[in-house]
Design a protein around this ligand. Structure first.
Ligand code: WQD
Length: 319
């Protein structure tokens, strides 16, 4: 199998690339290197390209044909919720424009297998704690909107020309499958807390007055290694003639509160740090966990690593 991985030099993408190499799949990485790290992709063929660039469709088509690509895993996207609110045009241009060029290049090249990196942000603030894929999606920021639109685009391509698509709705990804592939961006809870500790500051908790057992928000933290394995399972699913669904939650099915994450970080780091409790952050649902029965039954995939291993692996990577 020859697989194109867009965003393959990124945190999640590089874990997917590593697993593909372990299966001895041929890999082509396309990445604009705005946040990617070239050393992460090993022996993969590489094309530096911003997918929404004017010449991107032609360059993608050429690269797909030159490398005999048979499947695509599409991770390249802007993914900062806050930035998407401030700069929606950038998110529509890159996330939707990039997807448009990619689908066009795939159609022109006869490549009909796509694993699409979607997100739990498509749900917005659902009023249920355990979310199934049938939950009505009401994204509350442009980032989440672009992910839902991406799912619509893959569905329309399936109807129009037979694209086989698997949309993976990531919940909260953290940890490191290999130390050298750790998350170097400081955009989510675990790396943000690590950065605060390294700077000698107290980590911040946005709100301890939520209707949850300890008052802090609950999320479904999934190990990036488990998430990467879900992408490989999705590729295998797309090879089947009978495919009942196209959208899958990727999480553990159980939640952890912010205070529970901090307690794990205290254990892993050995630092009994103070906590700075501040007010709630806009747009935070009190609890958001994946119902994972569909991916477990259709893929036979189940997360193998829990919160302790997530935090241990992330801390070990920076120690
Ligand atoms: C987690 C919890 C914060 C930082 C985002 C994206 C989502 C998906 C996962 C890509 C929240 C709290 C955080 C801090 C805190 N990404 N927190 N102090 O917002 O659940 O989801 O990442 O698909 O699309 O929206 O993740 O890590 O920002 O926050 O108390 O310094 O930690 O309030 O409850 P989030 P997060």
């Amino acid at each position: 199998m020859s697989v194109l991985v867009t965003g393959g030099a990124g945190y999640i993408g590089s874990h997917v690339v590593r697993l593909l190499h372990e299966r001895s799949d041929s890999v082509l990485v396309v990445d604009d290197m705005s946040s990617g790290v070239r050393e992460r992709i090993g022996s993969s063929a590489f094309l530096q390209l911003e997918l929404s660039a004017p010449d991107a469709k032609q360059k993608l088509t050429q690269a797909i044909q030159e490398h005999g690509v048979t499947s695509v895993i599409h991770l390249a996207a802007q993914k900062q919720v806050g930035v998407s609110v401030q700069q929606p045009e950038l998110y529509y241009e890159q996330n939707i424009g990039g997807m448009t060029n990619l689908l066009s290049a795939m159609r022109e090249s006869g490549v009909d297998r796509l694993v699409f990196s979607s997100s739990a942000a498509t749900y917005g603030m659902p009023d249920v704690d355990s979310v199934t894929e049938d939950q009505v999606c009401n994204p509350i920021n442009p980032y989440g909107e672009t992910k839902l639109i991406g799912e619509w685009m893959s569905a329309n391509a399936s109807r129009a020309w037979g694209l086989r698509a698997a949309n993976l709705r990531y919940f909260n990804v953290a940890g490191a499958g290999w130390p050298e592939l750790a998350d170097t961006a400081v955009m989510n809870l675990v790396p943000i807390v690590f950065a605060a500790l390294k700077a000698g500051k107290s980590p911040v908790v946005f709100g301890d007055d939520y209707p949850t057992p300890d008052g802090s928000c609950i999320r479904d933290y999934v190990h990036v290694h488990d998430l990467a394995e879900a992408h490989i399972s999705a590729l295998d699913y797309l090879e089947r003639d009978e495919r009942k669904y196209s959208t899958f939650n990727v999480g553990t099915g159980s939640g952890s509160s912010v205070f529970e994450v901090l307690a794990e970080i205290k254990r892993a780091s050995g630092i009994d740090f103070e906590i700075d409790i501040q007010g709630r952050r806009a747009g935070d649902p009190p609890s958001l966990c994946a119902n994972v029965s569909r991916i477990e039954s259709e893929f036979g995939w189940k997360a193998k690593r829990g919160l302790a291993e997530i935090v241990d692996s992330a801390w070990a990577a920076i120690s």
